[in-house]
Design a binder for this molecule. Sequence first.
Ligand code: AP5
Length: 216
Amino acid sequence: MRLIFLGPPGAGKGTQARELAREWGVPQVATGDMLREAVAAGTALGREARTYMDRGALVPDDVIVGLIRERLSQPDAKRGFILDGFPRTIPQAQALDRLLADLEQRLDRVIYFQVSDEELLRRLTGRRSCPRCQSTYHLIFNPPQRPGVCDRCGTALVEREDDREETVRHRLRVYRDQTAPLLDYYRGRGLLATVPGEGAIEAIRAAIRRAAEVAA
Ligand code: AP5
């Protein structure tokens, strides 16, 4: 199963990708998580990425494509993967096409999460994340069992730097300008499946499973 989860910030890509990757036994390849790990580790990549991420801008394509090339070349990605947060620009999508051709692989489906802007703002401003295992929660819609503590690994939850309202609004503009054109790119190739991203998390997961099964 080789899937892309595509959608605006806060659409629920990470929430769904984390569970479905476990269920299907394939890696969740989340560029945002990889960059946040680099930031936390204080690497040169992390220091560069942070200057873009904190203001809600995209990290340059060549940096991201290098990360993905390295990750998809690892043995655990041979059986399949869920790309979460990549590609985000047309040049990234074209680079992915070239990379998959080199690896003699093909994409099965691009799952687009459709969510209104008001809902995205509500979700991102109430999101809490685990800095250790990257699990995400919401203060109201998806709270952890113990307030402020990750269910999965017991680490104290934090609010992401880029989830402040002003930065979220900028991320939504960046999505519209640079990422939304990918919908036509993949629709034109017959790969796009739209799932309603609003509603119960489990119901959305079932819709994604159905869309992915059609592709399998
Ligand atoms: P990244 O981490 O990828 O952020 P994003 O795409 O903006 O996505 P989010 O993580 O904000 O949202 P999500 O769709 O995963 O939603 P989630 O499941 O958490 O990227 C961050 C930054 O890194 C970028 O701004 C950029 O700088 C850089 N970057 C990353 N990739 C890049 C690339 N390819 N190119 C260039 N730069 C890149 O859910 C959100 C909230 O909603 C949570 O609180 C969750 O609990 C809740 N929720 C989920 N589902 C539901 C539901 N059904 N009902 C109610 N609440 C729900």
